[in-house]
Design a binder for this molecule. Structure first.
Ligand code: SIN
Ligand code: CO
Length: 377
């Protein structure tokens, strides 16, 4: 079990969305959650998003996985990166656990980098909050101040910038953490063969919210009504949009935007949608309902598929949003929202009195058969 060596609340107050910081020995008794061979193994899988970045003699190259072999790859000036490794391996998942004090709706993934000496992705700016957790080996990190920086066109896939003056320049060792808020330029360079883990968070943009809501409106055929004014009158100003008509059109738009039920549903669906593929496997053979009931009565645990986002709104726990879908909980089963969404695994005891509710069991049967939850090993 991973434990932080600092108070997360205190950290949030001082640094979150504000400034980068190095936390020496950020973990208590840090051990790597995955081995270099396992990282290479993940990069060979079709469903897993991986890339290999090299910069031999200043030539930046990017290759995308899945990889068949690593034999021809240079063993310096290179880096193998696996995105959302927490979805595919229990180690990186465990590493994200101590950050659970941060909201799941902001969480993106744990990216793992296996870096060879002199390896890195060059100076760049991310729009992510990231905790770069250093595992084995050593890397030197430089971080500059927020500002305007010139794009460098060394490689279109790398979004590098020309350079920056560092406000942080430190060597990270196993168990150290570098936190970087969005917008701060940074560059990691590898001193000794290294494993590092980027626990990333992504704040949505205003335009993404509006775009997401517009998609929801269209998909659900909301507001499929034309402007209607049976009392229109002639006017001399043929080209003018009268204020009253502007206001009427604006009201149409605002009615849609202020449809609180629709907005709550859309937001739950959008925020619960994982940005990376999940390792979901339908149960085979499917569970039978008496089997599941017995499982719950035996006090055994069901575990959420790693990276699955299950969310609920504080003021309406009768709806849960799971991986982009709205699910209405059976009447009287609102307490299940906290169990499904706040916990990584649960037993019948966590559900309490509602554990025997037939409608809830039917829903749970569906979750298990879809492969969203599975029996804990
Ligand atoms: C790296 O570890 O070099 C890439 C991570 C990052 O800079 O975001
Ligand atoms: Co970065």
């Amino acid at each position: 079990m991973y434990q932080l060596n600092f108070d997360l609340n205190d950290f949030l107050t001082r640094f979150w969305h504000k400034e980068p910081v190095v936390i020496k020995n950020g973990f208590i008794d840090f051990e790597d959650p995955i081995s270099p061979d396992e990282v290479a193994g993940l990069a060979m899988e079709e469903e897993i998003d991986s890339r290999f970045v090299s910069n031999l003699d200043g030539n930046w190259e990017v290759q995308h996985g899945p990889f068949e072999s690593f034999e021809s790859f240079p063993d310096t000036h290179s880096q193998l990166i696996v995105q959302a490794a927490n979805h595919w391996h229990p180690g990186p998942r465990a590493l994200s656990e101590p950050f659970r004090g941060l909201p799941n709706w902001l969480f993106d993934d744990v990216m793992v980098c296996l870096s060879m000496p002199e390896g890195g992705v060059g100076p760049h700016i991310d729009q992510y909050d990231v905790f770069i957790c250093q595992g084995m080996g050593k890397r030197r990190w430089r971080v500059g101040d927020k500002g305007e920086y010139k794009d460098a066109n060394h490689h279109t896939g790398l979004r590098q910038i020309e350079g920056f003056d560092p406000i942080i320049d430190e060597i990270l060792e196993p168990g150290d953490i570098l936190y970087i808020p969005p917008g701060f330029p940074h560059e990691g360079n590898t001193i000794e063969v290294s494993l590092s883990y980027s626990v990333g968070y992504r704040s949505p943009k205003k335009q993404e919210l509006l775009n997401g809501f517009a998609d929801f409106v269209l998909t659900n055929e909301l507001g499929d009504k034309h402007f209607y004014d049976p009392n229109i009158q002639t006017r001399d100003e043929h080209g003018m949009i009268p204020t009253a008509e502007y206001n009427a059109l604006n009201d149409m738009l605002m009615k849609l935007i202020n449809d609180e039920d629709a907005k709550a549903r859309w937001m739950g669906e959008q925020l619960s949608q994982s940005r990376h593929e999940l390792d979901i496997m339908p149960a085979d053979p499917p569970w039978q309902s008496d089997e599941l009931q017995q499982f719950m009565e035996d006090g055994l645990y069901l575990e959420k598929v790693s990276g699955l986002k299950a969310l609920y709104h504080e003021d309406n726990p009768s709806l849960v949003f799971i991986n982009g879908e709205t699910i209405e909980l059976p009447e009287g089963c609102e307490a299940a929202a906290k169990v499904f969404c706040d916990m990584e695994y649960f037993s019948g005891e966590d559900l309490g009195a509602i554990a025997n509710n037939p409608a809830l069991l039917a829903l749970l049967l569906d979750f298990c058969n879809q492969g969203l939850w599975y029996p804990q090993a």
